[in-house]
Unconditional design. Structure first.
Length: 289
């Protein structure tokens, strides 16, 4: 697997600050057999969507590129820093704005290994997306400066680590959805559709434990060909059910794949589960056209 040309190791973080109505998500990916390291960094506010993408050859620091750095302490807390630029992704003539981000990202649950959710056949189905996948939710605190705007950050979010073949064009589609409720409970789901069938995985963290998920149904509603709301019917491996309603607040679109044949729609959404409100990313990878 590690000899495959598309072998990838990546780290991804997001957080949403309800008080500032601000969402940030970021990823560093390494494809050593292609000598390629890449990043994307996106900030969504109520007024603008800012972003930056960059790629370089690989080096001896896989968790740092283009001013974006992820560092993990011995306690498990992560330091997320960025010193660079972003542009308004919807501007006709984008103008770079300086950004300074300093975030302490504290995990709130044990890492969840997707291999707890799937059997051997399902692991084979997902082998061209990532054979190893770890998920965790957390609390983000720190500061973010965009141009002349300064924000004191307190929010919640999700992180993941994935390793294995990452061929963006191999799935028919995927949905990767997460939310945090009251900083104490959270869920993460992936629904991956391939030519061989669907794979459902994730966790629901309640009562101080990660409950592995193995059955996810998604009823998507659209506006202007973009997801606008959805209903999740989720079951864990103990056959407990969770019904979640999601409403998209705003979104960003990122072309992905060798020929940009796929489109990554990254939304910040509001969720309701068990009369509790939460926020998190709902991500959809779809084939363009």
């Amino acid at each position: 697997m590690k000899d495959h040309i598309e072998y990838n190791e990546s780290l991804y973080f997001n957080f949403h600050d309800e008080g500032n109505d601000l969402t940030t998500f970021m990823r560093i990916g390494n494809k050593p057999n292609k000598d390629e390291k890449s990043l994307f960094f996106v900030i969504m506010t109520s007024e603008r969507t800012y972003g930056f993408r960059h790629a370089t050859p690989c080096d001896d620091d896989p968790n740092s590129i283009g001013g974006l750095t992820f560092k993990r302490s011995s306690s498990g807390t992560w330091s997320l820093t960025y010193r660079g630029v972003v542009v308004d992704m919807k501007a006709a003539q984008p103008v770079p704005l300086p950004v300074a981000m300093d975030i302490e990202w504290k995990p709130q649950n044990p890492e969840m290994d997707y291999r707890r959710c799937v059997n051997e056949a399902q692991a084979e189905m997902s082998s061209k997306v990532a054979s190893e996948h770890l998920e965790q939710f957390g609390i983000a605190d720190g500061s973010l400066i965009i141009g002349e705007e300064s924000y004191s950050i307190h929010g919640t979010g999700e992180r993941d680590f994935s390793a294995g073949v990452r061929d963006w064009g191999s799935p028919k589609m995927w949905a990767w959805i997460n939310s945090v409720f009251m900083e104490k409970e959270a869920f993460n789901i992936t629904k991956l559709s391939t030519d061989m069938g669907d794979v459902d995985a994730g966790y629901f963290y309640t009562d101080g434990d990660n409950h592995p998920l193995n059955d996810v149904s998604i009823d998507l509603r659209y506006k202007n060909n973009v997801p606008s709301s959805f209903t999740l019917s989720i079951k864990d491996m103990s056959d407990l059910s969770y019904d979640v309603e999601g409403t998209v607040i705003r979104y960003a679109m990122l072309p992905m794949g060798n020929d940009n044949e796929m489109l990554l729609i990254e939304t910040i959404s509001e969720y309701v589960w068990d009369c509790k409100k939460g926020f998190g990313i709902a991500e959809f990878l779809v084939r363009r056209g």
